[in-house]
Design a protein around this ligand. Structure first.
Ligand code: AMP
Length: 223
């Protein structure tokens, strides 16, 4: 069976990463999060990390050439491993990347199954992003209001240290939201016109969002 591809589309802070991590566990889905890959590269001070850091710090998009090459390589690796589901989080982020994704998939005889759009009001996003904390070790995501860790500053899953992403600070959050509105949001119309857009209410609590997305993934396309 061919690998089924699902895109999680929505503004930063909509909960895409949280759902994706749940799907990895509950469906054994494979997962590509371009933001996570870049943060890892920055932390490891690789050549790629050095190239992308200044863009990330400013909250703007990294050049398409760096993103596209990375995604191309990762999808190819996963196709070879015969992964049943692939979740894309944070890619594509503009029309050019969407076109490149189609090309990458066509080359591998793959297609997008569904695009899941995380609908959420911007007031809620700002509240979520400013309270988000991430585990340095395993990448688990917490929220100081709605998903508090049991012990302050410590990951429930692995005991790692929790930190606030540099780009989750107020000034950068506003920039990232503007970039989303200007460059990423038009993908909603693009995928709607292709008949593969499915909208979920991302303002609900984590368990409700998780089950909405899982249902969409397990349901056949035309039902
Ligand atoms: P995220 O973790 O998805 O919020 O991404 C964090 C940052 O990584 C973004 O603000 C961008 O600077 C960069 N980034 C992640 N994915 C992409 C992408 N597909 N295209 C360009 N830049 C990206």
């Amino acid at each position: 069976m061919n690998m089924k591809i699902y895109i999680l589309l929505g503004p930063p802070g909509a909960g895409k990463g949280t759902v994706a991590k749940y799907l990895v566990k509950s469906l054994k889905a494979s997962y590509i999060a371009t933001g996570d890959l870049f943060r890892e590269a920055v932390a490891n001070k690789t050549l790629l990390g050095k190239k992308v850091k200044e863009y990330m710090d400013k909250g703007v998009l990294v050049p398409d050439s760096l993103v596209n090459a990375l995604v191309d390589e990762k999808i190819y690796e996963l196709k070879l491993k015969n992964a049943p589901f692939l979740i894309l989080d944070g890619f594509p982020r503009n029309i050019e990347q969407a076109i490149t994704l189609e090309e990458i998939l066509a080359k591998l005889d793959l297609a997008i199954e569904k695009v899941i759009y995380f609908d959420i009001p911007s007031k809620k996003i700002i509240e979520r992003l400013s309270n988000r904390r991430v585990c340095k070790k395993c990448g688990a995501i917490f929220n100081l209001v709605s998903m508090k860790p049991k012990i302050d500053g410590v990951c429930d899953n692995c005991g790692g240290e929790l930190f606030q992403r540099d780009d989750d600070k107020e000034e950068v959050i506003m920039k990232r939201l503007k970039v989303y509105e200007a460059q990423t949001k038009e993908l909603v119309e693009l995928y709607k016109s292709k008949g593969i857009l499915y909208t979920i209410d991302a303002s609900k609590k984590v368990s409700a969002v998780n089950s909405q997305v899982k249902k969409l993934i397990l349901k056949n396309k035309n039902h």
